[in-house]
Design a protein around this ligand. Structure first.
Ligand code: AMP
Ligand code: ZN
Ligand code: FE
Ligand code: FE
Length: 300
Protein backbone atom coordinates (compact mmCIF):
# COMPACT_ATOMS: atom_id res chain seq x y z
CA UNK A 1 0.00 0.00 0.00
CA UNK A 2 1.29 3.40 -1.00
CA UNK A 3 -1.54 5.76 -0.14
CA UNK A 4 -1.75 9.32 1.16
CA UNK A 5 -4.55 10.91 3.21
CA UNK A 6 -4.30 14.49 1.96
CA UNK A 7 -6.74 16.23 4.31
CA UNK A 8 -6.50 16.15 8.12
CA UNK A 9 -6.94 18.68 10.93
CA UNK A 10 -4.99 18.99 14.17
CA UNK A 11 -5.09 21.04 17.38
CA UNK A 12 -3.56 23.88 15.34
CA UNK A 13 -7.17 24.42 14.20
CA UNK A 14 -10.29 22.45 15.09
CA UNK A 15 -8.85 18.93 15.17
CA UNK A 16 -8.70 17.07 18.47
CA UNK A 17 -5.26 15.50 18.06
CA UNK A 18 -1.83 17.05 18.00
CA UNK A 19 0.00 17.04 14.65
CA UNK A 20 2.38 14.31 15.89
CA UNK A 21 -0.61 12.12 16.80
CA UNK A 22 -2.09 12.46 13.32
CA UNK A 23 1.25 11.38 11.90
CA UNK A 24 1.40 8.40 14.26
CA UNK A 25 -2.14 7.34 13.37
CA UNK A 26 -1.35 7.64 9.66
CA UNK A 27 1.70 5.43 10.11
CA UNK A 28 -0.36 2.90 12.06
CA UNK A 29 -2.96 2.93 9.29
CA UNK A 30 -0.18 1.93 6.88
CA UNK A 31 -0.20 5.18 4.90
CA UNK A 32 2.89 6.38 3.05
CA UNK A 33 2.04 10.05 3.53
CA UNK A 34 -0.30 12.35 5.43
CA UNK A 35 -1.44 15.86 4.58
CA UNK A 36 -1.80 18.35 7.43
CA UNK A 37 -4.38 20.91 6.29
CA UNK A 38 -5.47 23.10 9.16
CA UNK A 39 -7.91 25.98 8.70
CA UNK A 40 -6.06 29.23 7.90
CA UNK A 41 -2.82 28.22 9.63
CA UNK A 42 0.40 26.31 9.06
CA UNK A 43 1.20 26.19 12.79
CA UNK A 44 1.00 22.38 12.94
CA UNK A 45 3.49 21.64 10.18
CA UNK A 46 6.73 21.78 12.11
CA UNK A 47 5.64 19.27 14.73
CA UNK A 48 4.22 17.01 12.02
CA UNK A 49 7.47 17.05 10.04
CA UNK A 50 9.46 16.25 13.16
CA UNK A 51 7.13 13.32 13.97
CA UNK A 52 7.27 12.07 10.39
CA UNK A 53 11.01 11.40 10.82
CA UNK A 54 10.31 9.15 13.79
CA UNK A 55 7.45 7.27 12.13
CA UNK A 56 9.07 6.93 8.73
CA UNK A 57 6.25 8.44 6.70
CA UNK A 58 6.03 11.58 4.60
CA UNK A 59 4.21 14.76 5.59
CA UNK A 60 2.52 16.68 2.81
CA UNK A 61 2.51 20.24 4.13
CA UNK A 62 -0.85 21.89 3.59
CA UNK A 63 -3.39 24.48 4.62
CA UNK A 64 -7.15 24.88 4.14
CA UNK A 65 -8.09 28.47 3.35
CA UNK A 66 -11.62 29.76 4.00
CA UNK A 67 -13.09 31.76 1.12
CA UNK A 68 -16.58 32.65 -0.07
CA UNK A 69 -18.37 32.89 -3.36
CA UNK A 70 -21.97 34.11 -3.68
CA UNK A 71 -22.43 34.02 0.08
CA UNK A 72 -21.24 30.44 0.41
CA UNK A 73 -18.17 29.04 2.20
CA UNK A 74 -15.68 27.53 -0.26
CA UNK A 75 -12.50 25.89 1.08
CA UNK A 76 -9.26 25.88 -0.90
CA UNK A 77 -6.49 23.44 -0.01
CA UNK A 78 -2.89 24.50 -0.55
CA UNK A 79 -0.09 21.91 -0.76
CA UNK A 80 3.67 22.53 -0.55
CA UNK A 81 3.32 26.32 -0.20
CA UNK A 82 6.36 27.82 1.53
CA UNK A 83 5.26 28.05 5.16
CA UNK A 84 8.10 30.46 5.93
CA UNK A 85 7.19 32.94 3.18
CA UNK A 86 6.47 36.18 5.12
CA UNK A 87 3.87 37.40 2.61
CA UNK A 88 1.98 34.12 2.78
CA UNK A 89 2.18 34.07 6.58
CA UNK A 90 0.80 37.60 6.82
CA UNK A 91 -2.03 36.63 4.47
CA UNK A 92 -2.92 33.71 6.71
CA UNK A 93 -2.72 36.03 9.74
CA UNK A 94 -5.25 38.32 8.06
CA UNK A 95 -7.52 35.31 7.58
CA UNK A 96 -7.24 34.58 11.29
CA UNK A 97 -8.19 38.15 12.20
CA UNK A 98 -11.33 37.82 10.06
CA UNK A 99 -12.05 34.48 11.73
CA UNK A 100 -11.58 35.92 15.23
CA UNK A 101 -14.03 38.73 14.63
CA UNK A 102 -16.47 36.31 13.01
CA UNK A 103 -16.24 34.10 16.09
CA UNK A 104 -17.05 37.07 18.31
CA UNK A 105 -20.08 37.88 16.13
CA UNK A 106 -21.27 34.29 16.46
CA UNK A 107 -21.03 34.50 20.25
CA UNK A 108 -22.90 37.84 20.16
CA UNK A 109 -25.66 36.30 18.04
CA UNK A 110 -25.96 33.38 20.43
CA UNK A 111 -26.24 35.84 23.32
CA UNK A 112 -29.02 37.68 21.45
CA UNK A 113 -30.75 34.34 21.07
CA UNK A 114 -30.66 33.96 24.83
CA UNK A 115 -27.75 31.51 24.97
CA UNK A 116 -25.32 32.89 27.55
CA UNK A 117 -22.12 31.55 26.00
CA UNK A 118 -18.93 33.46 26.78
CA UNK A 119 -15.77 33.76 24.71
CA UNK A 120 -13.81 32.32 27.67
CA UNK A 121 -15.96 29.17 27.50
CA UNK A 122 -15.13 28.85 23.79
CA UNK A 123 -11.41 29.18 24.53
CA UNK A 124 -11.77 26.58 27.27
CA UNK A 125 -13.40 24.20 24.83
CA UNK A 126 -10.60 24.86 22.35
CA UNK A 127 -7.93 24.16 25.00
CA UNK A 128 -6.10 26.95 26.77
CA UNK A 129 -2.60 26.05 25.59
CA UNK A 130 -3.28 27.39 22.08
CA UNK A 131 -0.50 29.19 20.28
CA UNK A 132 -1.08 32.60 18.72
CA UNK A 133 -1.12 31.12 15.20
CA UNK A 134 -3.66 28.43 16.04
CA UNK A 135 -7.24 28.96 14.93
CA UNK A 136 -10.54 28.72 16.78
CA UNK A 137 -13.47 27.42 14.76
CA UNK A 138 -17.14 26.61 14.89
CA UNK A 139 -16.51 23.08 16.23
CA UNK A 140 -15.00 24.72 19.36
CA UNK A 141 -18.08 26.92 19.71
CA UNK A 142 -20.22 23.82 19.26
CA UNK A 143 -18.23 22.00 21.94
CA UNK A 144 -18.66 24.93 24.34
CA UNK A 145 -22.43 24.92 23.69
CA UNK A 146 -22.46 21.23 24.45
CA UNK A 147 -20.46 21.65 27.66
CA UNK A 148 -22.83 24.32 28.97
CA UNK A 149 -25.77 22.03 28.27
CA UNK A 150 -27.35 24.26 25.63
CA UNK A 151 -27.37 21.32 23.18
CA UNK A 152 -27.10 17.57 23.55
CA UNK A 153 -24.39 17.08 20.96
CA UNK A 154 -21.91 18.98 18.83
CA UNK A 155 -24.00 18.05 15.80
CA UNK A 156 -27.08 19.58 17.39
CA UNK A 157 -25.13 22.81 17.94
CA UNK A 158 -24.54 22.99 14.17
CA UNK A 159 -28.06 21.93 13.27
CA UNK A 160 -29.72 24.39 15.63
CA UNK A 161 -27.34 27.36 15.59
CA UNK A 162 -24.09 27.25 13.66
CA UNK A 163 -24.65 25.69 10.22
CA UNK A 164 -25.24 27.81 7.12
CA UNK A 165 -28.76 29.21 7.26
CA UNK A 166 -29.11 28.72 11.03
CA UNK A 167 -29.67 31.72 13.34
CA UNK A 168 -26.12 32.09 14.70
CA UNK A 169 -24.41 31.59 11.34
CA UNK A 170 -22.15 34.46 10.32
CA UNK A 171 -20.47 34.77 6.94
CA UNK A 172 -17.71 37.34 7.40
CA UNK A 173 -16.19 39.34 4.54
CA UNK A 174 -14.08 36.66 2.93
CA UNK A 175 -11.60 36.55 0.09
CA UNK A 176 -12.71 34.91 -3.16
CA UNK A 177 -11.58 31.36 -4.01
CA UNK A 178 -9.41 32.73 -6.84
CA UNK A 179 -7.59 34.97 -4.32
CA UNK A 180 -6.69 31.98 -2.14
CA UNK A 181 -5.50 30.13 -5.25
CA UNK A 182 -3.27 33.10 -6.16
CA UNK A 183 -1.88 33.31 -2.60
CA UNK A 184 -0.99 29.62 -2.68
CA UNK A 185 0.64 29.89 -6.10
CA UNK A 186 2.64 32.96 -5.07
CA UNK A 187 3.91 30.97 -2.08
CA UNK A 188 4.97 28.18 -4.43
CA UNK A 189 2.16 25.75 -3.66
CA UNK A 190 -0.49 23.79 -5.55
CA UNK A 191 -4.15 24.78 -5.03
CA UNK A 192 -7.03 22.31 -4.83
CA UNK A 193 -10.78 22.95 -4.44
CA UNK A 194 -11.75 21.13 -1.22
CA UNK A 195 -14.83 18.84 -0.91
CA UNK A 196 -16.70 20.19 -3.98
CA UNK A 197 -19.58 17.84 -3.24
CA UNK A 198 -20.58 20.00 -0.28
CA UNK A 199 -21.27 23.11 -2.35
CA UNK A 200 -23.92 22.10 -4.87
CA UNK A 201 -22.17 24.48 -7.27
CA UNK A 202 -20.42 22.35 -9.87
CA UNK A 203 -20.37 25.14 -12.46
CA UNK A 204 -18.41 27.32 -10.03
CA UNK A 205 -15.98 24.47 -9.29
CA UNK A 206 -15.47 23.97 -13.05
CA UNK A 207 -14.83 27.69 -13.45
CA UNK A 208 -12.09 27.51 -10.79
CA UNK A 209 -10.43 24.68 -12.72
CA UNK A 210 -10.91 26.35 -16.12
CA UNK A 211 -10.17 30.04 -15.39
CA UNK A 212 -9.39 30.29 -11.67
CA UNK A 213 -6.03 28.55 -11.87
CA UNK A 214 -6.87 25.69 -9.51
CA UNK A 215 -4.49 22.73 -9.90
CA UNK A 216 -6.94 20.15 -8.72
CA UNK A 217 -10.15 19.12 -7.07
CA UNK A 218 -10.65 16.95 -3.99
CA UNK A 219 -12.63 14.18 -5.66
CA UNK A 220 -12.35 11.71 -2.77
CA UNK A 221 -13.67 13.01 0.57
CA UNK A 222 -15.43 11.40 3.53
CA UNK A 223 -18.64 13.37 2.90
CA UNK A 224 -18.80 12.53 -0.83
CA UNK A 225 -21.04 9.87 -2.31
CA UNK A 226 -19.67 7.37 -4.82
CA UNK A 227 -21.37 9.40 -7.56
CA UNK A 228 -19.68 12.58 -6.31
CA UNK A 229 -16.32 10.84 -6.45
CA UNK A 230 -16.86 9.66 -10.02
CA UNK A 231 -18.18 13.01 -11.16
CA UNK A 232 -15.25 15.00 -9.74
CA UNK A 233 -12.65 12.48 -10.90
CA UNK A 234 -14.13 12.89 -14.41
CA UNK A 235 -14.14 16.68 -13.99
CA UNK A 236 -10.44 16.57 -13.06
CA UNK A 237 -9.65 14.50 -16.15
CA UNK A 238 -11.63 16.90 -18.34
CA UNK A 239 -9.58 19.88 -17.17
CA UNK A 240 -6.23 18.09 -16.88
CA UNK A 241 -6.38 18.71 -13.13
CA UNK A 242 -5.28 16.56 -10.18
CA UNK A 243 -7.92 14.52 -8.33
CA UNK A 244 -6.90 14.46 -4.67
CA UNK A 245 -8.40 12.58 -1.73
CA UNK A 246 -8.52 12.83 2.03
CA UNK A 247 -10.56 11.99 5.10
CA UNK A 248 -10.89 15.52 6.56
CA UNK A 249 -10.17 13.83 9.89
CA UNK A 250 -10.93 16.06 12.89
CA UNK A 251 -10.68 13.45 15.66
CA UNK A 252 -13.46 11.71 17.56
CA UNK A 253 -15.84 13.09 20.17
CA UNK A 254 -17.62 10.49 22.28
CA UNK A 255 -16.77 7.79 19.77
CA UNK A 256 -18.12 9.73 16.80
CA UNK A 257 -15.44 10.55 14.23
CA UNK A 258 -16.20 13.74 12.35
CA UNK A 259 -15.96 13.41 8.57
CA UNK A 260 -13.84 10.23 8.71
CA UNK A 261 -10.93 8.45 10.39
CA UNK A 262 -7.41 8.88 9.06
CA UNK A 263 -7.06 6.89 5.86
CA UNK A 264 -10.82 6.78 5.19
CA UNK A 265 -10.24 8.53 1.86
CA UNK A 266 -6.86 8.60 0.17
CA UNK A 267 -4.94 9.41 -2.99
CA UNK A 268 -2.24 7.37 -4.70
CA UNK A 269 1.47 8.15 -4.73
CA UNK A 270 1.21 9.57 -8.27
CA UNK A 271 -1.09 12.30 -6.95
CA UNK A 272 1.51 13.37 -4.39
CA UNK A 273 4.17 13.44 -7.12
CA UNK A 274 1.90 15.52 -9.35
CA UNK A 275 1.17 18.02 -6.53
CA UNK A 276 4.91 18.37 -5.91
CA UNK A 277 5.61 18.95 -9.55
CA UNK A 278 2.84 21.54 -9.90
CA UNK A 279 4.03 23.26 -6.73
CA UNK A 280 7.59 23.48 -8.00
CA UNK A 281 6.29 24.94 -11.26
CA UNK A 282 4.43 27.65 -9.30
CA UNK A 283 7.47 28.19 -7.09
CA UNK A 284 9.71 28.70 -10.15
CA UNK A 285 7.24 31.22 -11.57
CA UNK A 286 6.92 33.04 -8.22
CA UNK A 287 10.70 33.21 -7.75
CA UNK A 288 11.12 34.43 -11.32
CA UNK A 289 8.56 37.17 -10.74
CA UNK A 290 10.24 38.16 -7.46
CA UNK A 291 13.69 38.43 -8.98
CA UNK A 292 12.31 40.55 -11.85
CA UNK A 293 10.74 42.82 -9.22
CA UNK A 294 14.17 43.12 -7.60
CA UNK A 295 15.56 44.23 -10.95
CA UNK A 296 17.29 40.88 -11.24
CA UNK A 297 18.00 38.90 -14.41
CA UNK A 298 14.81 39.07 -16.36
CA UNK A 299 14.97 38.36 -20.03
CA UNK A 300 18.44 37.38 -21.21
P1 AMP B 1 -15.12 27.18 10.58
O1 AMP B 1 -13.91 27.11 9.70
O2 AMP B 1 -14.81 27.76 11.92
O3 AMP B 1 -16.29 27.85 9.91
O4 AMP B 1 -15.55 25.67 10.89
C1 AMP B 1 -15.62 24.78 9.83
C2 AMP B 1 -15.67 23.36 10.36
O5 AMP B 1 -16.91 23.15 11.01
C3 AMP B 1 -15.59 22.33 9.25
O6 AMP B 1 -14.27 21.94 9.02
C4 AMP B 1 -16.42 21.18 9.79
O7 AMP B 1 -15.59 20.31 10.51
C5 AMP B 1 -17.37 21.82 10.76
N1 AMP B 1 -18.72 21.95 10.19
C6 AMP B 1 -19.14 22.85 9.27
N2 AMP B 1 -20.44 22.69 9.00
C7 AMP B 1 -20.86 21.66 9.77
C8 AMP B 1 -22.12 21.01 9.96
N3 AMP B 1 -23.23 21.40 9.28
N4 AMP B 1 -22.18 19.98 10.84
C9 AMP B 1 -21.07 19.60 11.52
N5 AMP B 1 -19.87 20.17 11.39
C10 AMP B 1 -19.76 21.18 10.52
ZN1 ZN C 1 -12.68 21.95 10.49
FE1 FE D 1 -13.33 22.20 4.72
FE1 FE E 1 -11.11 20.36 6.39
Amino acid sequence: MNRADLHTHTTASDGLHRPAENVRMAAEAGLAAIGITDHDTVAGLEEAREAAKAYGIEVVPGVEISTARDGQDIHILGFYADDRDPVFLERLASQRRVRDSRNELIVAKLNELGVSLTWEAVLDAAGRDRGPDETVGRPHIAEALHRMGAVESVQEAFDRYLAEGRPAYVLPPRIAPADAIAWIHEAGGAAVVAHPGLYGADAAVEALLRDGGADGVEAYHSDHTAEDEERYAAMARRFGAVATGGSDFHGARKGRVYHGPIGWRTAGAAVVTELKSRASHHRAKATGAASRDDGGTASD
